[in-house]
Design a protein around this ligand. Structure first.
Ligand code: AVJ
Length: 319
């Protein structure tokens, strides 16, 4: 067989790698968030079935004062995956009451950064500088800007940590910790375990917004990599994996079919029923968070839990 040609486009390389391995096909979930995907996620966050984002926002609104009161001054805020930044307002307002605050959203989606700057630009005493970067690259840049007396507060909200496999999540938190200094903090949002039926409703909503969000990944490959996926021939599927305590999103091929991805120099065959695994959303027990934190070099000093939609906001301090 001819060796696969080298590709200079990272998206093309990852798509080809994920779809041409034998066994389960996969695509990295971070590619869900182009302009269309970021807008669809904003719509998901409004759905009655998807309580996660509202729970996150409710906790921040109710407890931002209490949480920020536990932090040393002055503090700069770096948010990983800010999205629209809407729920971050409560933290920034609480901090800006006691000091001028620099806010650094780190986002791979340019449109999300623009939304975020528009959403939060009106808060007095807060200056915003966005970084269009991968999480750790962006955080390294923020760390390089820090003045000697400043502490960094990292926000990693919305249970994005749930997208990592469990061990990879701890590795990520450890890498994050190594960019910080003792006394810096991480506010970590974690969606908690809930009944399977509720999870299925949240990740396979009636209106089909989550289905569109998931299918947009193939639409994006068509747009950006000159591919010919027939979107009507793939079905969105949310599966609850009980042992792994997670929801998995898949795109299931409705029949035997072939897709050509010109810019990835790939031709991919699908059999009927075969799926592409596009995202994992791990769920947590509140009691396990302090142990995860400790493994990554943090101490969990506070937990706020929403009662309407089980979700925990965890304040972790770098040791
Ligand atoms: C943005 C990663 C937190 O895992 O619930 C929502 C993404 N995927 N519906 C989640 C998502 C399908 C979401 N996170």
């Amino acid at each position: 067989m001819m060796p696969a040609p080298a590709l200079d486009n990272e998206f093309a390389r990852e798509v080809r790698a994920g779809l041409s391995t034998a066994g389960q096909k996969t695509l990295p979930c971070r590619y869900l968030y182009d302009n269309v995907g970021s807008a669809l996620f904003e719509a998901i966050a409004c759905l009655p079935e998807y309580g996660l984002t509202r729970a996150d926002a409710r906790i921040l609104e109710a407890h931002a004062g209490e949480i920020t009161a536990l932090l040393p001054s002055p503090v700069v805020v770096a948010e990983l995956g800010s999205g629209s930044g809407r729920k971050t307002r409560w933290i920034l307002e609480a901090l800006s009451r006691r000091q001028r605050t620099s806010y650094y959203p780190v986002e791979i989606s340019r449109s999300a950064l623009v939304m975020c700057e528009r959403e939060l630009g009106d808060i007095d005493s807060v200056s915003i500088v966005g970084f269009e970067r991968e999480y750790l690259d962006g955080l390294l840049e923020v760390a390089a800007l820090r003045r000697e007396n400043q502490h960094i507060m990292v926000l990693f909200l919305g249970s994005t940590i749930g997208n990592f496999n469990r061990e990879a999540g701890i590795d990520f938190l450890s890498a994050l910790r190594s960019t910080l200094q003792p006394g810096d903090s991480l506010l970590l949002g974690t969606d908690l375990e809930k009944p399977a039926a509720q999870l299925i409703r949240a990740y396979d909503d009636e209106l089909g917004v989550t289905a569109a969000f998931n299918l947009n990944l193939l639409a994006r490959i068509n747009r950006e990599l000159d591919a010919d996926f027939d979107l009507n021939q793939f079905a969105h599927e949310a599966r609850v994996n009980r042992e792994e305590r997670r929801v998995e999103m898949h795109l299931r091929s409705r029949r035997n079919q072939r897709a050509r991805i010109a810019a990835a120099e790939a031709v991919i065959d699908f059999s009927a029923g075969e799926s592409i695994w596009t995202e994992s959303c791990h769920k947590f027990a509140a009691e396990e968070i302090p142990f995860l934190a400790a493994r990554a070099g943090f101490r969990c000093t506070q937990q706020c839990i929403d009662t309407q939609w089980p979700f925990a906001e965890n304040l972790l301090i770098a040791e």
